[in-house]
Design a protein around this ligand. Sequence first.
Ligand SMILES: Cc1ncc(COP(=O)(O)O)c(C=O)c1O
Length: 377
Amino acid sequence: MTSTIHRREWLRQSSLAALGFGISLRSMANEERLPRNFGSEKGLINLGSNENPYGIAPAAKDAIIAMIGQANRYQFNVPVLQSFRKDLATYYGVSANQVLVTAGSGEALALLARHFNQGSLVTATPTFGILPNTAKRIGTRVVEIPLTEDKVHDLSKMLGAIGKDTKMVYICNPANPTATIIPSAVLKRFCEEASRKAVVVIDEAYIDFLNPPENESMMALPAGNPNIIVLRTFSKIHGMAGLRLGFTVAHPDVANDLGSSHFQGSEICVSNLTMAAALASMKDEGHRRDCKQKNEAARNFTLQELQKLHFRCIPSYTNFMFFNLGNYPGDFAQDMLKKNFLLRSSSYSDGKWARVSIGTMDEMQEFIKVMKESKQS
Ligand SMILES: Cc1ncc(COP(=O)(O)O)c(C=O)c1O
């Protein structure tokens, strides 16, 4: 007990120290900048990275244990993994030659920024940071179109912003950090129109949290259109953030090109254990259904309670929520960290906003308890 408290205090102090050394929680959609040396199991309630709090599927755990004896082998020497890309593609209804496997979709986002670096990038602001930030770092001009008043992508302004030098358009649907969606029929029309002029990248990291008809993927489009690319990750509904697996779906020619810039198209950047877990996880629909239901219940609870406290909340379709902090006087994320909650907050032209990941019901009850106490003090 004493050592738990001690460790908890040490972790709290080190994260605060990290803040003092300039690791800020302010850039909400920029996962690169978050202090990372602790987790909820160590005492802090981590609502900062939109992880799945329920863990990996039980079948995935068993698959990792069964694969451990093959950890000394390269993936191509393990018979059951030789068809990994094909199995993944079959599950998602695309061809194997359209798929590029990466260690998380973040890796693919950085790869895309580097691959399509001749010309500018059009994206929303705020949005998920890896692609636009990598683009900026290598000198690509990034045109950032503010979300609408309701925190939804402003598609007509984005279309209007596509110019002669635009090489790529990035859309995260559902959106991070605002948790809003673009209806699939509308997004499909946008993809078709915008892809006449530029490469359109649709990041579907959170699509598994949606219900029909909003959960219709854009994954069918790239087969017939080299200018549409779709990204998926196993980090969210599959709960495999630490195992690192993402994949890109593109036209076969584009996938081949991207693959040559990235490990010769081989999935060798991903560990045998991860691939074994993914194969098992894809088959475990029950675990995903369970995670989705629990997320929905905890999200509804959080929404209702925050609304009772008079926070303006943006309706969430994901495993995180974006809410306005009104005239909160300080740095909300930093203040919450002192209370053992890791989340994000940021200042925009229309005020201060916070993004909280949806944890377990117990975690969200704790979170609401602290929010109530803060309102009263
Ligand atoms: C919108 C979005 N895309 C991609 C990622 C990257 O996920 P990963 O690299 O874990 O697959 C994240 C992670 O939070 C995300 O929010």
